[in-house]
Design a protein around this ligand. Sequence first.
Ligand code: NAD
Length: 507
Amino acid sequence: MKTRVSDILKSMQIDPAQFSDGNLKVHSPIDGSEIGCVQMDDRASVDTKITNAQSAFLKWRAVPAPRRGELVRLLGEELREHKDALGALVTAECGKILEEGKGEVQEMVDICEFAVGISRQLHGLTIASERPGHHMREYWQPLGPVGIISAFNFPVAVWAWNTALALACGNPCIWKPSEKTPMTALACQALMERAIANFRAKFGDDAPDGLSSVIIGMRDVGEQMVDDPRIALVSATGSTRMGREVGPRVAARFGKCLLELGGNNAIIVAPSADLDMAIPGIVFGAVGTAGQRCTSTRRLIVHSSVYASLVPRLKKAYEGIRIGDPLVDGTLVGPVIDETSFDGMEKALDAARSEGGVVTGGSRVLADQYPDAYYAQPAIVELPGQSASMCEETFAPILYIVKYDTLDDAITLQNGVPQGLSSSIFTTDVREAEQFISAGGSDCGIANVNIGTSGAEIGGAFGGEKETGGGRESGSDAWRAYMRRQTSTVNYSRELPLAQGIKFDLD
Ligand code: NAD
C-alpha cells in the first residue's frame, strides 16, 4: 500500500519523502499497513501558525472580495486537475470506495465554484430608518481566522466547504484534520500553496503568508485552537462527544462556533412507496462509506403493509454487496476505519440482540486476507420497537428496522432520537410527502422525499439540529457564518433626532 500511496503522491507532484519522517504513524484501513508518518505540531508551532493567520487576516480582509474569489477559483482548478489522485489518496487513507473518494473531491470543486460566485454576492441590506435624513444599512465584514476541525470520514470535503467560503469572506484558515487522515490534509495544503503561488503571479503579495495552514496532532492541538481568542470561528465536524467539549470552551471565550456533529438518520417507507427506488436508496444510505457517513441511513421505519415485501428484498440486496479493497473497481463496501470501530459495531449488535433484535449479517469478513484490517458484513437488525441502541449513533454499517401503522407514529419515531441531521420518506402520496416536510414533520436539518438520507449537494445549507449541533455550512446563505454583521446608521441631515422620539435637550 505504501508504494501505491507514493505513486499517488508523485502523480500530484508531491514528494512522498515529506511523509516519511515524523512522530505520527499513518495506517491504511485497507490492509492496516503503515503508509507514512508525519510530524505533529507542538504548542509553539500551533501558536506560530495562529499568529501568522492573525497577521494574514489584517491584509486579506482588505483585498476586494471578487479578487479573494479568484484564489478560490485557482484552488478549484488544482482540485479539478488532481481529482482522481486526491480521490485515490482519500480512499487509501480513510477506506471509502474510489467512486466516493473521487465524489468527495468533486464536492470540493463544486464548493469552490459556489464560493467564487458568493465572492461577488456578499450582500447586505438597506433598512428603512424611522428618522428623517438617515440611511440604515447592514454590512457583512470579514470575521477573522477560522479554525477548522474535521473528522476522518470526510477527510477533505469538510475542509473545502469551510475554506472556500471562509477565504472568499476574507478570513485565513487553520485546519486540524483527524489524526487518522493527516496525509490527505497535507496534500490539500500542497495544492492550496500552488493556488496561492498562481494567485501571487497575478496579484503580487495580496495573498499573505499564513492564509492557509494545517496543524497535525491529536485532540490537544485542536483544544489549543479552540481556546485561542484569535480564532474568531471554530468550525468543528465530528462526534457529538467532541462537540460537547468544543462548544462550551468556545462559548466561554465568547467565540463563534459552527458545530457539525453526529447523525442518526431514518428513512420512512410508506405504503405507496416505489420499492424499486426505495431499495437502492436505502442500501446506498446504509452501507455506502461502510456506514461511516454522518448522513448514513441507520434507521428504517416501514409501514406494516409493505414490511413483508420490502425486508426480504432488502436482505437479498445485502447478499449481493461486494465487500473488499475499496481501490478495486466494482467494490461497494470497504473497511471500517479501525479495530475500535469494528468493536463498537459488535457491541451495538449485542445490545440490539438483548433488546429483542434479530440480526442478519454483521460479522467480520476477509480476516484471512487482511488480518490487520476490519471489513464487516453490513448488518440488518429487525426490532419490535425503537430501542435504546437505535437512539445512538454507531459509526458502522448497521440498519435497524421497525414497523409503523400511522404516519404520525412514523414521524414521532423518526424525531424520537437525540440527533437531527438527515431524514427521508419514500412515498408517492403527495399529502404524506408534504406532511413530512411541514412544521409538524421531520425535525432534521435535511428532510428528503424519494431520495435517501445521504449524498447531499453543495448548493443547500448542510447541517442538523439537536445533538447534531445546529451548524450550517456549504451552500445557501451558510457564508454568513464566516462574516460579522454590522449595522450602520448614517445621518445625512442637519438635525440629530433620536430613535424612539426621545427628547434630550441640552440648554
Ligand atoms: P471525532 O469526534 O472523534 O474527531 C473529530 C475531530 O475532532 C478530530 O480531528 C479530533 O482530533 C478532534 N477532536 C476530538 N476531541 C476534540 C477536542 N476535545 N477538542 C478539539 N478537537 C477535538 O470524530 P470522528 O470519529 O473522526 O468522526 C466521526 C463522527 O463525525 C461521527 O459522529 C459523524 O457523524 C461525525 N461527522 C459529522 C458530520 C456532519 O457534518 N454533521 C460530518 C462528518 C462526520
